[in-house]
Design a protein around this ligand. Sequence first.
Ligand SMILES: [Zn+2]
Length: 361
Amino acid sequence: MTETTVNTNNAMFSPLALTQALPFLPLAQGTIDYEVERRGEPGLIDVVLDESATKVMLVNNGLIAVPKGQGAAVDYDAAKIRPALIPGMYVRDDLARHRDITAIFLGTDRNGAAPRTHFVALDITRAVSAVPADEHGVDHGFGDDDGSLVSRAARQFDWVDLRGFAPHVGSRDAGLATSAVTVSIWHNRQRFCPCCGAPVEAALAGWAQRCTNAADGNRILFPRIEPAVITAIVDGSDRLLLQHNTAWKGNLYSVSAGFVEAGENLEHAARREAKEETGITLGEVKYLGSQPWPFPASLMMAFKARALTTDIHVDHEETGTAQWFTRDEFTNAMITGRIAVPGKATIARYMLEEWYGQPLQ
Ligand SMILES: [Zn+2]
């Protein structure tokens, strides 16, 4: 266990999400009670929005609303930000007016000072209509100001990507945002039943969809998650194998990763990817931990593997180059800028730290 496991801003880290070797992962921090058993209650969203302690998180096109002026803070390592949380009763009219807003009941915080704070996410992606770019040349896709939350949202909030948001907020808000972004991206990408092609509507308080075709049994559809393996490969001298993929920007180096094929287990996927990318044969494969990576729908499952071979053969198509690093060589490569390491939201970064034995700068 390394110093990276100590994160005083995440004192409420959920024991449900704990993993052994990678105890802190920015996108694996669900601390609230999901109250899954309530999702089937008729009219649950309206009931919850009527309660005075309910807070609403806004999502637009995969981005999270934060108070105006806080958006730029994600570029500063030590900066703390918070989501823009709106009282539930402020958004009821908007929900009635914009049928394309998707509401998701995220659950109830039983840990905070105010007990029983409910959280609802509103995804306004499809409710906003395209408008010309603003004075900064950024097209937020918000409509003319009709006084509604949707039209005010562009002026009132900054919008940040989950990858920038999660490392800068507490565990509760990181968990809420990860759920909100993951589910809302799915709703926006799947508009029709994959079985019969009929339109779908939100169901189970936003966590599912219902096919509108009675002849198809009005089947209930759940979000599809795409499993991916990511593997820290070490040799007999405890050197770490790092690679640069041709699709990556700059001189980013990271560990082996790839999607799990249909009909394949995780360990096979880890060994196959290592072989394809670097020609390395893996022996023992050990589970490290996991976190969702909703860009758009991945679940990253991390392993540490012992290499049985050390000769590297890259394909030069997906993998441009790969190299074994001792810790001293790794330190030197970082200091000189020869390599850049994965960002603070990625599971890869914490896998590197687990091997390195201390936080990466
Ligand atoms: Zn259907």
